[in-house]
Design a protein around this ligand. Structure first.
Ligand code: HAM
Length: 428
């Protein structure tokens, strides 16, 4: 057992896993650009109040899972690591007066989030999200555009069988009456409720619908459905979202118990699952509309919608689906030398090739040429650049390790010749 280990619930992303992540980040960035979302950064931590007000003090994410930062002095403000990006992005939207920009403002963040969750497969204390927000458009067309964007990501990443579940959870107009109906329904069964759910009945009754406690299954099944209690405006909005989703060919299923774990949502709510894993806690991603959040964080009333996809879970889904990790390319060439001691020449030649944009390793050990060549062949480099006596006349030997051929190349032509070989062999 090593003395020091990565903290519980965190993982080192070793190069192979990191390159899988980079590929997903690349797809996210490419999609953001195509759909017009501009990438931005927000701090990894914020004033705790941003999360308490934005996400809701009675949510699991804030109540149980917030990584609070111990203050260094008595008078410092309270800070917490970001458990998600939406509250911070909206805080930035208000702080930087983005209300004056043409609306909607379409933003995206890729990066790590922190939740003090109980660690298990697919549930980490530090995990990565691709987050997308469209602020300043009340929808409903943008709702469908956002859902389609999330769905498209899984398609391009190669995750098979992703199900899109959607719901409308109403707004300030119709939700209060629904909550009363819901409370009354569960109150009748209060004696049968597990202790945690009985407490939620008071603090956050909507969350009862999201309970994973098997004792709740039948009760939830019989509960009044929010989609039967929507006001006229919410109902029209939801119908239109569905029509737009059909227009862009995104298959979806309506899930009346989908309520999401953060308090800022209004109207459209959605989650992505792998087929067969719907309704479990392991959503691949989720999001929804948050028409009250900008105002809650000090801005003018402004509509908004967004999602976050969990990149760790996407990578797990790909692995479980049998997708091979991204193969790392060997160097195009290794610079070796007849004089083991002459590391200066090897480093200088390699440096010139790297400046020309080529992936090249220099042999910096002081081994015999035969050994240097053996290593280069073992790592599947295509070429060895051999530095010998010809260097005095500005030449090197270029050995094709795959073909076993060798010829003399002027140093001035070396980069061009290797680059040509790289394109014809898809190297580098
Ligand atoms: P969320 O549903 O809390 O929404 O998280 C989105 C996704 O992040 C989840 O579906 C999951 O894939 C991933 N995720 C969450 N917690 C963990 C964890 N502990 N370990 C690994 N992956 C995890 C949000 O965060 C909202 N901000 C989404 C949003 C954006 N809504 C509107 N705009």
């Amino acid at each position: 057992m090593p003395t020091y280990r990565a903290p519980r619930g965190t993982r080192d992303l070793l190069p192979e896993a990191r390159s899988g992540f980079s590929r997903l980040e690349g797809i996210a960035r490419s999609l953001s650009a195509r759909y017009g979302y501009r990438e931005m950064e927000i701090p990894l931590f914020e004033q705790t109040a941003v999360f308490e007000r934005g996400i809701g003090a009675a949510t699991d994410v804030v109540e149980k899972e917030l990584f609070r930062i111990a203050p260094r002095t008595d008078d410092s403000e309270a800070w917490a690591l970001r458990p998600e990006a939406t509250a911070g992005v909206v805080r930035a939207y208000v702080q930087h007066g983005m209300q004056t920009l043409p609306q909607p403002v379409k933003l995206s963040v890729v990066g790590p989030m922190f939740r003090y969750d109980r660690p298990q497969a697919g549930r980490y204390r530090q995990f990565w999200q691709w987050d997308v927000e469209a602020i300043g458009d009340p929808g409903p067309a943008v709702d469908a555009e956002i859902v389609e964007l999330g769905w498209r990501f899984y398609a391009e990443a190669g995750v098979k069988g992703v199900q899109t579940l959607i719901n409308s959870i109403g707004d300030a107009e119709c939700r209060p009456a629904y909550l009363e109906t819901l409370k009354a329904y569960f109150a009748v069964h209060a004696a049968d409720l597990p202790a945690l759910e009985r407490r939620r009945l008071e603090t956050n009754p909507l969350r009862l619908l999201d309970s994973k406690d098997p004792a709740m299954t039948d009760l939830i099944f019989g509960a009044p459905k929010i989609t039967d209690c929507l006001c006229g405006a919410c109902s029209v909005h939801f119908e239109s979202v569905k029509a737009h989703l059909e227009a862009v060919g995104v298959p979806y299923r309506i899930q009346p118990t989908l309520v999401r774990g953060l308090d800022y949502y209004t109207r459209t709510a959605f989650e992505f699952y792998r087929s067969g894993a719907e309704g479990q806690q392991q959503a691949l991603g989720g999001g929804g509309r948050y028409d009250g959040l900008v105002e809650l964080l000090g801005g003018r009333p402004t509509a908004g919608i967004g999602f976050a996809l969990g990149l760790d879970r996407v990578l797990l889904a790909l692995e479980e689906g049998g997708t091979k990790p991204v193969a790392e390319l060997p160097p195009l060439a290794v610079v070796v030398g007849a004089d083991p001691a002459d590391t200066v020449s090897r480093l200088r030649v390699a440096s010139q090739l790297r400046i020309a944009g080529l992936a090249v390793r220099a042999e910096l050990g002081q081994r015999k040429l035969a050994r240097q060549l053996e290593t280069a062949a073992k790592e599947h480099a295509h070429f060895a650049v051999i530095i010998g006596d010809e260097l005095a006349e500005g030449h090197v030997q270029l050995k094709d390790l795959e073909a076993g051929t060798q010829h003399v190349v002027p140093l001035a032509d070396l980069a061009r010749e290797l680059a040509r070989a790289a394109t014809s062999h898809h190297h580098g």
